[in-house]
Write a protein that binds this ligand. Structure first.
Ligand code: HEC
Ligand code: HEC
Length: 623
């Protein structure tokens, strides 16, 4: 039955126990039942899956999910909903008829996204904490394979014949000094249970999030951010610092066909999150968390243009005095690469429309089975936006629950993730400080310390305890650091109240232990002794933040820098802040401690045996 929706739905009270005052609603992912009648919405902070009636916008029930619900997937018969529980390292198995959790399936660390392969009766699960994909047999209720991918797998899609799984890796894995550094897409052969291709996105790609595969299984569509980290951050205009991209991957060949920019010339489409497509594969919808919009893409037309089949009316739209890029691609296919720098191509093709999602921070998307409705989880608004999918028009919103007014830390979090606070909406703080104030793995060239000397992004966890700030210790006071940080990255002066909120948000960030710790507990114990003793590390990296808050020359020099003095970085969560050193030259901690001490000034590394280094690495990974 076609759900009929008009106007804005009122908030519907929770059927369970009354929510505590500051329990924010944060819908992250959404799934629709096969009959289109029921929506399942994971709420990351209220710790539940809300079950909504799509026709009348009412909440049917809430299923408590204690382990922090993230991605969702329904079984082929719709009787079971699988919920990735990031903080429980398991998949909750929800009986959709009873609305109860019927079981738990342990998977890798920090599961965040799922896909069900119905025919083969398998579930694929992305584990961000240990960089693997779990293959689960739901009948047996257990994981049968765990396959390593690249870094922070964020999303998975399966080809219709179930022969391939395509996985996005949220973060790039490489050195900041590598100009080609970029996030990658992994393709798995599901029969052999191994990766068959790693497809690199264009240089500077990060935040590779949603992936969707077309009905013939030939193309995978991946949304991501494109960061031009070689340019100084003052080049913010026209997408030269951050652009929002869609990459088209040839699944069979394991290659990238094209990367298209979704922004328009003077208005960024920051922080893409999810992508879904129509059953005929001709339309894609993409959520843009940073600008509170959904874009609708005529991907059928884009494939037609890429194949050199250009209707006269599009060919006639010149680009200044020259032919437009589509016409130029027709005569020279190597020009497809130029799409990566072209903010006009989709507009010339009349192939994109942008629509408000109905609330702040749209993340997960789902399309009704009849293709008529698009649902967008508006994370900060606590609502699900309901759009007319073919028309790309907002019809209304459904409240997932009562949303308490935001306190200072939540207001700061909202600001931090809001690219509309930035000049022309090109990026949010979270475009570089991914995952609640952490890192994107790229070096960025702010001009406060000179030009052409990029600095690897710094995690903000524990920041208020670890002045001075920035790698060159350019700021002493955290408030001043944040205020100038907003100006220097967003080119808009913040209000004093915004800075207060950002400070409250940064203060609220707490370190998460390395989820892989138990595996190397013995080595950690030995490494601690080396760290505090023979290695002489604790002198400059003392607990609890593992920095003495001073700057030193440890012999790691860079061009365009007055000297080699850098702030001693905190080692808290070093397991997730790769790459290392001020310019990100070391990819792994082992490299940091074995390959980058040319003058023997970095502790007593030169006196340590390979075994002691191994233990030291284990210890630093545990901080
Ligand atoms: C283009 C990427 C980018 C954006 C956008 C960005 N930052 Fe940063 N941030 C960095 C980099 C790189 C550093 C390290 C700079 C250095 O060492 O000189 C940094 C450092 C910081 C620091 C200092 C941390 C410390 O203790 O040393 C703070 C605080 C900070 N950023 C906050 C913010 C806030 C708030 C926003 C949003 C208004 C923001 N950043 C936006 C890249 C970015
Ligand atoms: C004299 C002070 C000093 C001593 C002693 C010292 N460090 Fe450091 N450490 C630094 C400084 C300064 C940096 C930053 C260098 C840069 O950014 O180029 C750093 C960077 C690091 C990093 C990279 C962190 C990141 O996020 O970029 C690691 C890991 C590290 N040190 C571990 C150790 C270990 C292990 C020892 C003991 C063998 C040690 N350090 C001894 C001052 C010191």
């Amino acid at each position: 039955m076609l759900p009929r929706l008009t106007g804005v739905f009122a908030a519907v009270a929770c059927l369970g126990a009354a929510a505590p005052a500051a329990e924010y609603r944060s819908p992250l992912a959404v799934a629709v039942s096969a009959d289109g009648r029921t929506l399942y919405v994971s709420d990351k902070t209220a710790l539940c899956v809300a079950v909504l009636d799509a026709a009348n916008g009412r909440k049917v029930r809430e299923v408590p999910i204690a382990g922090e619900p993230n991605g969702l997937a329904l079984s082929a018969d719709g009787k079971t909903l699988y919920v990735a529980q990031r903080k429980a390292n398991s998949i909750a198995v929800v009986d959709t008829t009873r609305g109860t959790v019927a079981g738990q399936i342990p998977v890798g660390a920090w599961p965040v996204a799922l896909a069900v392969a119905g025919k083969g009766k398998r579930i694929y699960c992305c584990n961000r904490g240990n960089h693997t994909v779990s293959v689960v047999d739901p009948a047996a209720g257990k994981q049968i394979f765990e396959i390593p991918v690249v870094r922070d797998p964020a999303s998975v899609a399966i080809t219709p014949d179930e022969s391939r799984a395509v996985i996005t890796n949220f973060m790039p894995l490489g050195a900041g000094t590598d100009p080609e550094l970029a996030a990658e897409v992994s393709i798995l052969d599901t029969a052999a249970m191994r990766p068959v291709a790693r497809v690199k996105l264009p240089p500077g790609s990060t935040m590779a999030g949603g992936v969707w595969i077309g009905p013939r299984g030939d193309w995978a569509y991946v949304v991501h951010v494109l960061g031009r980290f070689q340019l100084p951050i003052t080049q913010l205009e026209q997408g030269w610092v951050h652009a929002c991209a869609l990459s088209i991957i040839d699944v069979t060949a394991g290659t990238r066909l094209a990367t298209l920019l979704l922004d328009d010339l003077t208005k960024g489409a920051a922080d893409p999150w999810a992508v879904v497509g129509s059953a005929d594969g001709k339309t894609l919808w993409i959520s843009h968390r940073g600008v509170h919009e959904v874009s609708t893409l005529d991907i059928g037309r884009i494939h037609q243009l890429l194949a050199g089949n250009i209707p006269d009316e599009i060919a006639a739209r010149g680009d200044g005095t020259q032919d437009n890029l589509w016409v130029r691609i027709k005569t020279d296919r190597s020009r497809i690469a130029q799409l990566t720098n072209d903010l006009t191509a989709l507009y010339i093709a009349r192939a994109i429309r942008r629509t408000p999602s109905g609330g702040q921070g749209p993340t997960g998307l789902a399309l009704s089975p009849d293709g008529k409705r698009l649902y967008a989880a508006n994370y900060y608004a606590g609502t699900v936006g309901v759009l007319d999918a073919p028309e790309a028009r907002l019809l209304g919103t459904i409240a997932v629950g009562d949303q308490p007014p935001p306190g200072a830390a939540r207001r700061g979090e909202i600001y931090f993730h809001d690219a509309t606070r930035c000049f022309q909406h090109w990026h949010s703080c979270a475009t570089c400080h991914l995952d609640d104030g952490r890192v994107d793995g790229l070096p960025w060239d702010f001009l406060r310390d000179g030009i052409d000397n990029g600095k690897d992004v710094i995690s903000l966890v524990g920041m208020l305890h670890t002045p001075p700030h920035n790698r060159r210790a350019t700021r002493l006071d955290p408030r001043e650091c944040i205020e100038t940080g907003v100006l220097g990255s967003h080119f808009v002066a913040p209000e004093a109240a915004d800075v207060d909120d950002l400070l409250a948000y940064v203060k609220s960030l707490t370190a998460e232990p390395n989820p892989n710790l138990p595996r190397f507990a013995e080595a950690v114990r030995r490494g601690k002794l080396v760290f505090e003793g023979k290695g002489d590390c604790a002198t400059c990296h003392p607990a609890p933040y593992f920095t003495d808050k001073k700057t030193y020359d440890v012999g790691i020099t860079s061009p365009n820098e007055a000297d080699a003095c850098y702030d001693t970085p905190s080692l808290v969560e070093a397991y997730r802040t790769a790459p290392y050193f001020h310019d990100g030259r070391a990819i792994t901690l082992k490299q940091a401690l074995t390959e980058h001490d040319p003058k023997h000034l970095h502790g007593k590394l030169k006196d340590l045996s390979p075994k002691e280094i191994e233990d030291l690495v284990a210890y630093v990974l545990s901080l």
